[in-house]
Design a protein around this ligand. Structure first.
Ligand code: FAD
Ligand code: NAI
Length: 466
C-alpha cells in the first residue's frame, strides 16, 4: 500500500492552486485539490478578474452608445435602453463557462476535487469535510479576501456598504457610489458604475491614485478619471460611517488632519486592499507562522519552513495578481516533480482595465533612480497614428533603461490597449532586451504598439513622430 493517499494535495482552486494541480498531474503526480467554494477557479474566476471584466466590457459598450460617441462614425441612436439584469446574466454566463471549464480540466487531467475547506492535522494530513487525506507534499494556495475597514461594516446582502463581491452584483445602478480606496478595484468598479450612470466619488488616503505604479501613470490617471467625471478626494480618510435604510453617511477628514465633512451615498464600496487567507487552515498544528502582514513566507522554490509544505499566490508576499499566482502554480509543480521551476518576479506585468487601460512592468522611474543612473524615453499616444485615428489620444508609453547598459528596467503605459501592449515589454525584458533592441524591432503599422518602439527610440533621443 502507498505511504500516502496522494503525491500532492493543493489547498485552494484559484489561479494558483488549480494551475498547480493540473501541472502536477501532467507531470505524473497523483494530485488532489481541496476547494470549499461551489465552483472552481477561486477569487479570480468567481468574484474577481472575470466578472469584473465582463461588467467593464458590457458597460463600455453601453457608454459608447449612450454617450453618443459613435455618432462620428455615422451611428445615430435615438433611444438607448439599458437592462442591468441582462448585463448581470452575461457576467454570470462568463463565470459559469470558465469555472465549469476548470472542472472539465480537472477530470481530463485526473485531479481529484476534494470538496470542502481543508485544515492541516499534521504536515502530511489534511482534513476535509471530516475525512483525512494524506500527501507527501502539500501546497497552500488559499488566496486572499477583502481587508475590512473598522467602522465601515460591509453587508453585501443589504447592498449599501459593499466590498468588491457586492459591487459586482448590484441589482440597480446607484445614484451616488462612494469608493473608499483609489486602487485597482476602486477604479475598475468605479468605472463600471459611472459608465452605467452613477455619480462616483473616490476617497483615497494617499495623495495619488494607484500606489505601486509609476508616478507619471498615477498623476495622469487622476487627470483621466477626473475628466471622465469622477470626483477624486485624494489625501482623504474615512473616519466613520452610518447607515439608515438605503442611505449611508460617511465622515471624511483630510489624511493629514483638518475639518471633517460628511458625504451621503446610496452605495459605498470598500476597496482598501486584500489580506491573505490563513484563518482556519490549522497552521498552528504544523508550527507555521505568518509574517506581520499575515502572509506565509517562502523561499524561491516556494518551500515554507515546514518540510513538505509549500505556498503560492496571494497568500505569499508579492503582487496579488492572477497571472503571478498561475506562474507560481506551474513552477511549484515543476519544483516538486523535477526539482526545477522558474518565475521571474522582477517581470510581472500589472494592468488596470479601465478605459484607457493603465499598465506597467518592472521598475518604476522612482525605484529605478534609487538603484542607479537611468535614461527615460516617453512617447505620447496622441502622436501614434492608430490611437489618433481611433480618437484615443490619451496616454503615453515610457521606457526606462539603465544609463550604462541600456537594459530595459521598466515600461509603463496608458493607452486603450495598454494591457496588450505591455506583453511585448514583458517579453523583451524577460529576454534581457536593451531599449535599442526594442527600437530596432519591426512593429506592424498602424498599431498602438508602435508607441512602445517610439518610446524606446526616445531613450536615445530619436523618436520619429514627435
Ligand atoms: P484565490 O483566487 O483567492 O483562490 C483561493 C481559493 O482557495 C478560493 O477559491 C478559496 O475558496 C479557497 N480556499 C481558501 N481557504 C481554503 C481552505 N482552507 N480549504 C479549501 N479551499 C480554500 N488579478 C489579475 O491578475 N487580473 C485581474 O483583472 C484581477 N481582477 C480582480 C478583480 C477583483 C474584484 C478582485 C477581488 C481580484 C482581482 N484580481 C485580478 C486578483 C486575483 O483575483 C488574485 O490575485 C488571484 O485570484 C489569486 O489567486 P490565488 O490562487 O492565490 O487565490
Ligand atoms: P489596492 O491596494 O490596489 O488599493 C487600495 C487603495 O486603498 C490604495 O490606494 C490605498 O492607499 C487605499 N487605502 C487604504 N486604506 C484606506 C483608507 N482607510 N481610506 C482610503 N483609502 C485607503 O487594493 P484593491 O483595489 O482593494 O485591490 C486588491 C488587490 O486585488 C490588489 O492588490 C490588486 O492587485 C488585485 N486586483 C487586481 C486587478 C487587476 O489586475 N486588474 C483588479 C482588481 C484587483
Amino acid at each position: 500500500m502507498a505511504e500516502y493517499d496522494y503525491d500532492l494535495i493543493v489547498i485552494g482552486a484559484g489561479p494558483g492552486g488549480y494551475v498547480g494541480a493540473i501541472r502536477a498531474a501532467q507531470l505524473g503526480l497523483k494530485t488532489a485539490c481541496v476547494e470549499g467554494r461551489e465552483t472552481l477557479g477561486g477569487t479570480c474566476l468567481n468574484v474577481g478578474c472575470i466578472p469584473s471584466k465582463a461588467l467593464l466590457h458590457g458597460s463600455e459598450k453601453y457608454d459608447e452608445v449612450a454617450s453618443g460617441a459613435l455618432a462620428r462614425y455615422g451611428v445615430k441612436v435615438s433611444k438607448v435602453d439599458f437592462d442591468l439584469a441582462a448585463l448581470q446574466a452575461d457576467k454570470a454566463d462568463a463565470v459559469k463557462g470558465l469555472t465549469g471549464g476548470i472542472e472539465f480540466l480537472f477530470k481530463k487531467n485526473k485531479v481529484d476535487w476534494l470538496k470542502g475547506y481543508g485544515t492541516f492535522k499534521d504536515a502530511h494530513t489534511i482534513t476535509v469535510a471530516g475525512k483525512d487525506y494524506t500527501a507527501k507534499e502539500v501546497v497552500i494556495a488559499t488566496g486572499s479576501s477583502v481587508t475590512p475597514l473598522p467602522g465601515v461594516e460591509v453587508d453585501n446582502d443589504k447592498g449599501v456598504i459593499v466590498d468588491s463581491t457586492g459591487a459586482l452584483a448590484l441589482a440597480k445602478v446607484p445614484q451616488h457610489l462612494v469608493v473608499i480606496g483609489g486602487g485597482v478595484i476602486g477604479l475598475e468598479l468605479g468605472s463600471v458604475w459611472r459608465r452605467l450612470g452613477a455619480k462616483v466619488t473616490v476617497v483615497e488616503y494617499l495623495d495619488a491614485l494607484l500606489p505601486g505604479m509609476d508616478m507619471d501613470v498615477r498623476k495622469e490617471a487622476a487627470k483621466v478619471f477626473k475628466k471622465q467625471g469622477m470626483d477624486l478626494k485624494l489625501g482623504t480618510k474615512v473616519t466613520g460611517a452610518s447607515v439608515k435604510g438605503k442611505k449611508a453617511t460617511l465622515t471624511l477628514e483630510p489624511a493629514k488632519g483638518g475639518a471633517a465633512e460628511t458625504v451621503e451615498a446610496d452605495c459605498v464600496l470598500v476597496a482598501i486592499g486584500r489580506r491573505p487567507n490563513t484563518e482556519g487552515l490549522g497552521l498552528e498544528n504544523i508550527g507555521l507562522e505568518t509574517n506581520a502582514r499575515g502572509q506565509i513566507e517562502t523561499g524561491h522554490d516556494f518551500r515554507t519552513k515546514v518540510d513538505g509544505v509549500r505556498a503560492i499566490g496571494d497568500v505569499i508576499p508579492g503582487p496579488m495578481l492572477a497571472h503571478k499566482a498561475e506562474d507560481e502554480g506551474v513552477a511549484v509543480a515543476e519544483y516538486i516533480a523535477t526539482g526545477v521551476g522558474i518565475v521571474n518576479h522582477d517581470v510581472i506585468p500589472g494592468v488596470v482595465y479601465t478605459m484607457p487601460e493603465m499598465a506597467g512592468v518592472g521598475l518604476t522611474e522612482e525605484a529605478a533612480k534609487e538603484r542607479g543612473e537611468i535614461k527615460v524615453g516617453k512617447f505620447p499616444m496622441m502622436a501614434n497614428s492608430r490611437a489618433k485615428t481611433n480618437h484615443e489620444p490619451e496616454g503615453f508609453v515610457k521606457v526606462i533603461a539603465d544609463a550604462k547598459t541600456d537594459k530595459v528596467l521598466g515600461v509603463w503605459c496608458i493607452a486603450s490597449v495598454a494591457g496588450t501592449m505591455i506583453a511585448q515589454a514583458a517579453q523583451a525584458m524577460e529576454f534581457g532586451a536593451t531599449s535599442e533592441d526594442i527600437a530596432y524591432t519591426c512593429h506592424a503599422h498602424p498599431t498602438h504598439s508602435e508607441a512602445v518602439k517610439e518610446a524606446a527610440m526616445a531613450v536615445t533621443g530619436k523618436p520619429i513622430h514627435i
